[in-house]
Design a protein around this ligand. Structure first.
Ligand code: KIV
Length: 289
């Protein structure tokens, strides 16, 4: 049996706790295939999540609910082939951890077997038995609280959570239960910044925020949002670091014009016959019928 360890720069699950303890902010983005994983890894992010946002940003679905385990496995394997040094996590898609503990273990194990280092799943204390079983089977789990996209219909849309009534208290109590159940980290999405700060303070495990203000242990943004790859408006919490969509449309339009004007391909983009073959070809004539 081989015990060859990963390269020393590989980020591991325990590293995230160390980063929180050292006050080093954790950087996470999503990736869905080998090129997006290569870009994220070359940028030096600490963690790559193959998110079920796959459904919205790559597969053209309205929300994450149609994403299946098979779709996730297909894209996870493409990301794994990029061999990122970032900690690689994958979302458990809708209905892959809701039916039974056995089903959850089989599905979480399938993701681990193709090469992720941990899984993420959405929801509060109702998920505790599933999380305990996964951790008991050596599958590291990141929890996800607040605006949980798989609950879109229960929430009545993508709405900031934990603002009213007992919501903030429930969220803190759920966070503690997920930590006790064995989660190594917690993603906080779409909650007020001061609530996220309180959760981060109360927990020992690191928090990763998205639309949850600046005081989480780290931040995540969806690859396509931060690089502006999609047309239309982005949510309030997104900062675009590139207008990728406009730049790519412009580049492709330039290519189309070059073709139409006879500028592409030019000599530099063409293969040239050797002199001897060119001479031979010049003496050749089509056979006469
Ligand atoms: O699926 C996803 O991209 C997510 C985001 C919150 C990062 O879970």
């Amino acid at each position: 049996m081989s015990h060859v360890s990963k390269s020393r720069s590989q980020v591991t699950v325990p590293d995230l706790a160390r980063f929180k303890a050292q006050g080093r902010r954790i950087v996470m983005t999503t990736a869905y295939d080998a090129p997006t994983a290569h870009i994220a890894d070359a940028a030096g992010v600490d963690s790559i999540l193959v998110g079920d946002s796959l459904g919205n940003v790559c597969l053209g679905f309205e929300n994450t609910l149609p994403v299946t385990l098979e779709m996730m496995l297909h894209h996870v394997q493409a990301v794994v082939r990029a061999r990122p040094r970032a900690l690689l996590l994958a979302d458990m898609p809708y209905l892959s951890y809701h039916i039974s503990v056995e089903d959850t273990l089989r599905n979480g194990g399938a993701l681990l077997r193709v090469g992720v280092q941990g899984v993420k799943l959405e929801g509060g204390s109702v998920r505790v038995p599933m999380i305990q079983a996964l951790v008991g089977a050596e599958i590291p789990v990141m929890g996800h609280l607040g605006l949980t996209p798989q609950s879109i219909h229960i929430m009545g849309g993508y709405k900031v959570q934990g603002k009213e009534g007992q919501g903030a208290i429930t969220l803190i109590e759920d966070a503690l239960r997920l930590q006790d159940a064995g989660c190594f980290g917690l993603l906080l999405e779409g909650i007020p910044a001061d609530l996220a700060a309180r959760v981060t303070d109360v927990l020992e495990i690191p928090t990763i925020g998205i639309g949850a203000g600046p005081d989480c242990s780290g931040q995540v943004l969806v690859f396509h949002d931060l690089l502006g790859l999609l047309p239309g408006d982005a949510p309030k919490f997104v900062r675009k670091y590139l207008d990728g969509y406009a730049l790519m449309v412009e580049a492709m339009s330039n290519w189309a014009s070059d073709i139409r004007e006879g500028d592409y391909p030019g000599p530099a983009e063409s293969y040239i016959l050797p002199e001897a073959t060119r001479k031979l070809l010049s003496t050749w004539a089509p056979p006469k019928n």
